[in-house]
Design a protein. Structure first.
Length: 92
């Protein structure tokens, strides 16, 4: 997710190559990776959010990416991955 996240500017540009005006917040980035990708694939009625009747696709992360410093986000790992309600990965 780092290219979509805000960071520290370097020579007027952010690490992702985006200008200050183009950077996105964490909430916006997560929305883009979830609801936005479901919408782009015409699956917004089936996926993209934890809603009754939709496939239960989600990850449990090693830290809360909404509260940690932006610099810590790249070190975040998926502890558990659930696809269609079934655990498909669990960190050792």
């Amino acid at each position: 997710m780092p290219p979509a996240c805000p960071g520290r500017p370097r020579r007027g540009r952010f690490r992702s190559g985006r200008s200050r005006r183009q950077r996105r917040g964490i909430s916006s980035a997560v929305h883009g990776y979830t609801m936005g990708s479901a919408y782009a694939n015409f699956l917004e009625d089936e996926r993209g959010s934890l809603t009754v009747g939709k496939a239960a696709d989600f990850v449990v992360l090693s830290r809360d990416i909404f509260t940690v410093p932006v610099e810590s986000i790249p070190g975040t790992v998926a502890q558990t991955v659930v696809v269609a309600g079934e655990v498909v990965h669990r960190a050792a």
